[in-house]
Design a protein around this ligand. Structure first.
Ligand code: GSH
Length: 201
């Protein structure tokens, strides 16, 4: 099996961290691909051209993080990434990640092509989600008591994206519990091994 990823993608990073935490990296090879590129090595496998894409032994291309993470649980890794109780939190974090990706995409356009309405909507969405996450973190709901499950991994990647690739968002401000939580998970070897390159945004 082969996982296509790009080093800047927080979605792909969540799968890459999960492979390292569960020990499944021993059975799944990682291959970096370009994106939005007609010559991308990913396109013959997945015409949608997005990462993460996991190509299975029978050639099936499994795309979408919310499908790949539960699939990993079928492969006999060190622990279960997505017990039933983790589905709600995972959806919350992936929704926030979608919003941040839309906001980031706007900021990559030339200034005259950016939509202030889209930026305002996504900023509000992301802050609203982060405020809920801050309250949950302060109440101990995201405590790291063992190896991280899928929502914890994905939340670490969401905030990591804000740290390295979407610094337009001052996410740490007034969110001390979330900031402390992130600093702890970001120190794990799986996160250290997958740090995305810094972008100018
Ligand atoms: N809903 C998808 C989103 C994946 C996604 O948006 N990936 C981006 C990188 S962060 C991508 O591949 N973009 C390339 C493109 O839009 O062509 C998931 O959860 O996996």
């Amino acid at each position: 099996m082969r996982l296509f990823y790009s080093s800047g993608s927080p979605f792909a990073r969540a799968v890459r961290v999960a492979l390292r935490e569960t020990g499944l990296l021993a059975t799944i090879a990682e291959q970096e691909t370009t994106l939005r590129d007609p010559a991308a090595i990913l396109l013959p496998h997945n015409p949608v051209g997005r990462v993460p894409t996991l190509v299975l032994a029978d050639g099936t291309a499994l795309t979408e993080t919310a499908l790949i993470l539960p699939f990993l649980d079928t492969l006999g890794g060190a622990y279960r990434l997505l017990p039933e109780a983790s589905r709600g939190p995972l959806g919350l974090v992936l929704g926030a990640m979608d919003g941040m990706a839309v906001w980031n995409r706007e900021l990559r356009r030339p200034p005259e092509e950016r939509s202030p309405g889209v930026i305002a909507l996504e900023t509000t969405r992301l802050n609203r989600a982060a405020d809920v996450l801050e309250a949950q973190a302060a109440a101990g709901q995201w405590a790291l008591t063992g190896p991280p499950d899928a929502p914890r991994i994905t939340l670490g990647c969401l905030l990591g994206y804000a740290e390295y690739r979407h610094r337009a968002w001052a996410w740490r401000q007034d969110r001390p519990a979330l900031a402390a939580w992130y600093d702890a998970i970001a120190a794990r070897p799986s996160f250290q091994a997958t740090i995305p390159p810094v972008s100018g945004i």
